[in-house]
Design a protein around this ligand. Structure first.
Ligand SMILES: Nc1ncnc2c1ncn2[C@@H]1O[C@H](COP(=O)(O)OP(=O)(O)OP(=O)(O)O)[C@@H](O)[C@H]1O
Ligand SMILES: CC(=O)C(=O)O
Length: 592
């Protein structure tokens, strides 16, 4: 039996909260007694003035910023009060009654590196808005990554209301140039050689770490360094070396990525070092693997089989960064728990030669650039993941200029806004937090831009084909209806979950309000940190459902997440019933 319990009438005002100009909404707000100052302020300042790093959450506002450099220091920001006022009222261009802007819904992944691998910086990143800490196994050793894992665990253990997930990113079969005592300046037109001989680092020749490099490249191929920061054309090759002409020069530093435009290296996606690192992840119970250079679903099945044999419950995010992965996108994503649009390598590997459209992708391609990355593929990957109910992360170069500068470019701000609008679960910082000069500012900029962008998006925009994935499962229907109900009433959703399933399902429907996901498993709490719109909360469940609901609402109220008198949609559904008969599913509306 399924039932929907709704005990509230819908006032017509709530049905069209977003209509009208700012002035009309200002007038409407006045009639509802909402501070006109806030909307008037919105009218004046809704101009994305990102030159300042706005601190928009209460926690971020309280966090003291310890400068990584003198420029990373916190500056007084007179707009802070206004922004907080806007958030407290839940005021957005969508409608003054919706409350999605109180918390940022799009999650932030931060790569931890030399700029951020101390206790102080992990704490400050977490307080500034990091939701997932990424460990890039291409750098550092197990001891240094262990230290970061321990620090994140320590933070999670002592934090009352925040929780950081850990993502281990495998090195994969990446091709890199060798170590150099100092950078080499490459000038356009000069000749330069890559050799498979080990340890070579002269002014005109360096080693590569991949023995088949000479076999994989051909005369005429374009080699890209660091995703296209420099490029070289292959002129000739010998048994162990590849002679190139520098097309676009620059400074070649140690261990830089090398890609051949349009080709993937003929290496397995998970190399021997990766298996060691994966074992390290199992031992440390990380939350996610980000698997580099996945070319087909087989490797995901292999990894999942291994994890099962170790009794390890770790989710697998496939990194779409290899030219070879594009024709297999559907099967790769089906096999995984989510995908990362790894735009660094993906951009470098894409072929300049037009190919016929991929029949597996939902939308036909309309534009095709020649010789540049095909960015419409990024959107296709996001759409595919959203339609299939899988997590999706947009990564790389999001605030690249903030590695060295304290403020972002307008283009970078747009890039974040586009990823948020396209519906990414998470957006990722790489060099910005790993070795940048302004890691905290970068997180705050990302937080602010995402929050503001979310305020312009209407809730409940779900992929047209989402339901097909779940084949009319009852939980699916309840996730849909709970989303509709909470959007209409302007409430948050409260859900209880032991496996995370129902919270993840709800997240895919993108309800306007926050989904407060109560779980009695700390690992599930950490996993849910990645999912859009989900605020995971750890709580011991009582035998008595009513007692647990009361405890949950009391906890939300005591932490300022809901206010007295506010209504929430409380959902009981999912695969493993808690406090209900297996054949019953409920949605209730409750007053706090
Ligand atoms: N654990 C680490 N130890 C030392 N340096 C690191 C670490 N993690 C990242 N870095 C530095 O930060 C830079 C940016 O990090 P990122 O994760 O983007 O790596 P990448 O090598 O550029 O690319 P990819 O993500 O494709 O591996 C790296 O090139 C490296 O210099
Ligand atoms: C994140 C990553 O590996 C890339 O963008 O290539």
């Amino acid at each position: 039996m399924s039932q929907v319990v709704a005990t509230r009438s819908i006032h017509s005002t709530f049905l069209c909260p977003s209509s009208g100009s700012v002035q009309e909404r200002l007038d409407r707000a006045r009639s509802f007694g909402v501070g006109s100052k806030v909307l008037a302020h919105e009218k004046k300042t809704w101009n994305f003035s990102y030159r300042r790093s706005l601190i928009t959450s209460k926690k971020a506002a309280q966090a003291e910023v310890v400068p990584v450099s003198p420029q990373d220091s916190k500056r007084a920001d007179e707009q802070l009060e206004h922004i907080q006022a806007v958030q407290q009222l839940g005021d957005t261009p969508v409608g003054i009654w919706s409350k999605p802007t109180v918390r940022r819904k799009t999650k932030i992944v931060c790569t931890i590196g030399p700029s951020t691998n101390t206790k102080e910086m992990i704490w400050k990143l977490a307080e500034a808005g990091m939701n997932v800490a990424r460990l890039n196994m291409s750098h550092g050793d197990h001891a240094s990554h262990q230290k970061v894992i321990d620090l994140v665990r320590e933070y999670n253990a002592q934090s009352q209301d925040n929780c950081i997930a850990i993502m281990l990113d495998t090195k994969g079969p990446e091709v890199r140039s060798g170590d150099l005592p100092q950078p080499i300046l490459l000038e356009s037109g000069q000749e330069f050689t890559f050799t498979i001989r080990r340890g070579v680092s002269t002014a005109d020749t360096v080693s590569v770490n991949y023995d088949d490099f000479v076999n994989d490249v051909e005369v005429g191929d374009m080699l890209l360094v660091d995703g296209g920061m420099m490029s070289l054309m292959v002129k000739s090759k010998t048994e162990d070396s590849v002679l190139c002409e520098v097309i676009d020069g620059g400074e070649l530093k140690s261990r830089r990525h090398l890609n051949v435009r349009g080709k993937s290296a003929t290496l397995p996606s998970i190399i021997e070092k990766d298996w060691d690192d994966i074992k390290f992840g199992v031992d440390n119970k990380v939350d996610f693997y980000a698997v580099s250079f996945v070319k087909d679903a087989q490797v995901v099945h292999e990894l999942k089989k291994y994890l099962k044999s170790c009794d390890a419950d770790i989710h697998v995010i496939v990194k779409i960064e290899s030219a070879d992965s594009i024709p297999n996108l559907h099967s790769i994503i089906t096999a995984s728990d989510g995908a990362m649009v790894a735009r660094g390598d993906l951009g470098a590997e894409q072929s300049p030669t037009p190919k016929p459209p991929n029949p597996q992708t939902p939308k036909p391609r309309t534009k095709r650039s020649f010789g540049y990355p095909r960015v419409e593929e990024d959107e296709e990957i996001i759409n595919l993941c959203r339609g299939m109910g899988k997590a999706v992360i947009v990564a790389t170069n999001m605030l690249e200029s903030m590695i060295v500068h304290p403020t972002p470019t307008r283009a970078e701000v747009s890039d974040i806004a586009i990823a948020v609008r396209e519906g990414a679960d998470a957006i990722m910082l790489s060099g910005e937090t790993a070795h940048g000069k302004f890691p905290l500012k970068a997180v705050k900029v990302m937080h602010t831009v995402a929050l503001r962008t979310e305020a312009t998006i209407e809730g409940g925009r779900m992929p047209f084909n989402l339901g097909q994935t779940f084949k009319n499962h009852m939980s699916e229907m309840f996730a849909y209806h709970a989303t509709m109900m909470s959007n209409t009433l302007g409430t948050s959703i409260v859900v209880f979950t032991r496996t995370g399933f129902m919270a993840i399902l709800l997240s895919h429907y993108r309800p306007s309000g926050t989904t407060f996901a109560f779980t009695n498993d700390k690992r599930i709490q950490q996993r849910l940190a990645l999912y859009q719109g989900v605020c995971p909360i750890y709580m011991q469940f009582s035998e008595d459902a009513e007692q647990t609901f009361t405890d949950a609402l009391t906890m939300l109220q005591s932490q300022g997440m809901v206010k007295e008198g506010e209504e929430v949609a409380l959902l009981q559904s999912g695969r493993q019933p808690i406090w209900r008969f297996p054949s019953t599913h409920n949605i209730q509306v409750r007053k706090v």
